[in-house]
Write a protein that binds this ligand. Structure first.
Ligand code: F6R
Length: 611
């Protein structure tokens, strides 16, 4: 996600802000900017591209001042560009704001501000905050009260830093669901979205809690809760090394990203689900009844983990929308003779938006007049730019090579698109949609519960890390998620593993089962439970050790298998995604047990831009 820094003190702010942003580069970004206040006004310099571009621009200005805020942006609303970069200024430059997160209701606020005569320069949700704050200041409220009034209006997730001409020498910061840290110095204080940006200055910090506001001057730091009451807390002394701090205290980016999933699912849900209307916010993507009825088929095309998410989407769309869907890996699709015309919808799925095979599949589809919908994480990526429509999964930068949080967000995004199509086609009632929404909204809590019990996967990893062959089996959606689980184990633990449809075992692969073969069986699909249980008994009879991943309350599987991982009760659609979180953890702990390079597994790259 974006990175935020702030400084107020006795030194020139610009070099400190630029160095702080450099420490946050690992978070991923596509543009950067700083704002410095010097008693005469707020001066902003921002630029698309890497920090060197910003440094170069700054070197051509006289950006003097001892208070400032800075930002590295990872685009979510509006393409990466100079104008969409932060900080954003209010109309007459009275306020500067940097923002990390998503303001859900910015459209509505923007319309009100436009009606009052505010002029917007960027496509971002964040600029709304600058104008809204300015509006309250102009009504005569002081800086802090204006911030509180602004926070009362905005919905969504944010880490915000604001400076204003009216009260020079003060930075006000606020947080909800996005990290923000205040660092205490001697006669100078610092802010950052993450500890690494502070470590060269101070190790004494306050971690802002959700709903809190910090008022930071050179001499003082005051924290307030959402009810405007001052909060007193002891400083936290950070012992982490710089490397550990970048990973938020986790040992690897992979486990950090696994732990980000509850927040990402919640943000995606809040951003996309319109409960009042009973539909998905498609943000201009035209998948109307008329367009859908004219479709002869849908192709879902992707690579690796994104392909597995695509398989999940295909399953839902066929089952719920009753539209024929073909899922294909992009490297195959591009050399086949797919049936493409203006009645075909091609959905390409890609975290990076730069995968060469997927990009080529998109181009082939467009050449044949098919409409292309991209499900992408990286705003402004090649796939996002070239597709007809883009549905962003809002997972934030994924640094670990092994994709975890992006898979969950891709699968959920496909489920959302599927629901929208089904509602349009009259194949899903609003009532059914609301039931699905209830399950989605429970997911963040359920994933958090799974993460809290990760000692189970850790212990199982210790027990089974020396396995020579691993089989993941399941039926229906469980089979598709088995493929993703198996890929995760292969790529980071270098363990031979295969995913099989449980019913297919007896057609060959069961010959491989011998004493001590590890079989991980998914049992989340109630309708297929008995069938999969029979397959478990078949492998047990041939000496396999079995871990069953099943729903809480299942007493049957326990009687048959060695080990059980329980997931919270959930529906057929969501339960496999919960099961997948447990296999992400299992793969992670096995890899740790075997001492592999978890974040940078051998022979792999994060973005495969070559064929
Ligand atoms: C596996 C993994 C890869 C990617 C694949 C597609 O953990 O990360 O299999 O899923 O290379 O990448 P994107 O989604 O960027 O197109």
């Amino acid at each position: 996600m974006c990175g935020i820094v702030g400084y107020v003190g006795k030194q020139q702010a610009a070099p400190i802000l630029l160095d702080g942003l450099a420490k946050l580069e690992y978070r991923g970004y596509d543009s950067a900017g700083i704002a410095v206040e010097n008693g005469e006004g707020i001066h902003v310099v921002k630029a698309q591209g890497k920090l060197m571009v910003l440094r170069e621009k700054v070197s051509h200005t006289t950006l003097s001042g001892t208070i400032g805020i800075g930002h590295t942006r990872w685009a979510t609303h509006g393409a990466p560009s100079d104008v969409n970069s932060h900080p954003h200024l209010s109309g007459d430059g009275a306020v500067a704001v940097v923002h990390n997160g998503i303001i859900e209701n910015y459209q509505q606020i923007k319309e009100e501000l436009l009606a009052k005569g505010y002029v917007f320069h960027s496509e971002t949700d964040s600029e709304t905050v600058a104008h809204l704050l300015d509006d309250f200041l102009k009504q005569g409220y002081d800086f802090l009260e204006s911030v509180f009034l602004m926070l009362d209006r905005i919905e969504g997730a944010y880490a915000l830093e604001m400076i204003c001409r009216q009260e020079p020498g003060t930075i006000i910061a606020a947080r909800k669901n996005c990290p923000l840290v205040v660092g205490k110095g001697e006669g100078e204080n610092y802010l950052a979205s993450d500890v690494p940006a502070l470590l060269h200055h101070t190790r004494d910090v306050y971690f802002l809690e959700d709903g809190e506001v910090a008022v930071v001057t050179a001499q003082q730091i005051h924290l307030f809760n959402h009810d405007r009451q001052e909060v007193h807390r002891d400083l936290f002394h950070v012992e982490w090394s710089v490397d550990a701090a970048e990973k938020g205290g986790y040992d690897h980016f992979m486990i950090k990203e696994i732990h980000e999933q509850p927040r990402i699912v919640e943000e995606l849900f809040n951003h996309r689900v319109d409960l009042e209307k009973g539909d998905i916010r498609m943000e201009g993507i035209e998948l109307t009844k008329e367009t859908l009825e004219k479709l002869s088929r849908i192709y879902v095309v992707a690579c690796g983990t994104a392909y597995h998410a695509g398989l999940y989407g295909k399953y839902l769309m066929e089952k719920i929308c009753r539209i024929p869907v073909v899922a294909d890996v992009a490297s195959e699709f591009r050399y086949k003779a797919p049936i493409l015309d203006e009645h075909t919808l091609v959905i390409v799925v890609s975290q990076s938006g730069e995968t060469a095979d997927t990009l080529e599949a998109l181009r082939i589809a467009k050449r044949h007049h098919a409409r292309v919908l991209a499900i992408v994480n990286t705003v402004g990526s090649s796939i996002a730019r070239e597709a007809d429509d883009v549905f962003y999964i809002l997972a934030g930068p994924e640094i670990s090579v092994a994709s975890t949080k992006a898979f969950t967000a891709q699968a959920l995004s496909l489920a959302m698109i599927c629901c929208h199509m089904a509602l349009e086609l009259g194949r899903m009632t609003k009532e059914e949609f609301r039931t699905i929404c209830q399950d989605w909204s429970a997911m963040p809590r359920q994933i958090s519960e799974l993460l809290k019990q990760s000692a189970i996967e850790e212990a199982l990893a210790k027990k089974y890390a020396q396995s020579k062959n691993v089989f993941y089996i399941g039926r229906g959606l469980d089979y598709l998620v088995s493929m993703e689980s198996s890929l995760k184990l292969k790529e980071i633990a270098y363990l031979h593993s295969e995913a099989y449809a449980a019913g297919e075992l007896k057609h060959g692969p069961i010959a491989m089962i011998e004493d001590e073969t590890l079989v991980i069986a998914m049992l989340t699909q109630k309708a297929l439970y008995e069938k999969t249980l029979s397959n478990i008994k078949e492998v047990k009879a041939r000496g396999a050790k079995v871990i069953a991943i099943t729903m809480a309350g299942d007493t049957e599987a326990k009687k048959t298998v060695e080990d059980v991982i329980e997931i919270p009760q959930s529906s057929w659609m969501m339960a496999p995604l919960l099961a997948n979180v447990t296999t992400q953890l299992f793969a992670y702990y096995v890899a740790r047990e075997l001492g592999t390079d978890i974040d940078q597994p051998r022979n792999l790259a994060k973005s495969v831009t070559v064929e």
